[in-house]
Design a protein around this ligand. Sequence first.
Ligand code: AHG
Ligand code: MN
Ligand code: MN
Ligand code: MN
Length: 328
Amino acid sequence: MKFKNLHQFLRQEVNRGELGTELAKLIVDISISGKLLDAQIKKYAFSKSIINSSTNVHGEKQHQLDIMAHDIFLNTLKDGRVCSYLISEEYKEILELDPIPNQSIFTVCIDPLDGSSNIDVNVSVGSIFSIYVQDKPASKNSLSLKSGRNQCCGGYLIYGPVTMFIFTYGKQVFGFTLNSELGEFVLTHDNIKLSKEGYTYSVNEGNLNEFPGQVKEYLKFCKHHDQENMLPYKSRYIGSMVADIHRTLFHGGIFLYPSTALFPNGKLRLIYECNPIALIIERAGGLAIDGMRPVLDIPIMSSHQKVPFIAGSYNMVKKVLHLYKNAS
Ligand code: AHG
Ligand code: MN
Ligand code: MN
Ligand code: MN
């Protein structure tokens, strides 16, 4: 693939009329935050001093890097002066920023650090982002976002053996890899597609007894022996959503975080985890549902609402959808 760094790519897309200049600037701001956070993670991942005692709006213990990650995105977006509103996993309220006045209002929703409980055991973690653009006047109320269908851009960064930046703002899903010698994100995947079939399932089986009957039935199917249909499937669960989704996107498969007794509406958050990932999965040719319907169609009722989340290869997720529909 011909060398193209993120700036060259975005300039080309703006010149082609595929991308607005404001959104291009926001994508650059996200990439800068990703580079800064990549460096912080490598610097602080194992230092005991950063185990924090604070909790976030979800009652989750906040790792110091959760807070550092939030601050990095907040400060970069503030300095970039394009974003008007920021919704973050690590902050209860909607943050109002001070953009250069223009006719569009941009709202960015972020999970600054996903999978943070894995940081101190050197497992891949990520950041997830979702962007909406509205004409003035946009209210501060997240209701104005209506649903994930209205995202103008979404994607994630994964901090692993290499750091990658995966995003979509149109028909295609693009992948950039951080070249640490150059300190640049370089285009490595110009049209990521998700296979219709897969042979891996990814779920926290510790919750099996509490899953809805349809999920229990599907997992039984995944485990039964049938060489002709390449069953049983492989089980792979990392516990960082971004890492489990990244493997699913590149190798095919299905990821499930259904409702459980502890999380009756699911654990994953609609606005800054499920919607951006669902946008990537659908644009790559897969399917992302809450059991009964596409996640992107779920009405946004609050900034931190949770939903059950089942996503991956189209034919696999379709099978789960049929189980839910037949049970209803
Ligand atoms: P976060 O670190 O942003 O709070 O997200 C953690 C999420 C997600 O990354 C992962 O899929 C899920 O928690 C794992 O939950 P369990 O440990 O309950 O399986
Ligand atoms: Mn968290
Ligand atoms: Mn998360
Ligand atoms: Mn998080």
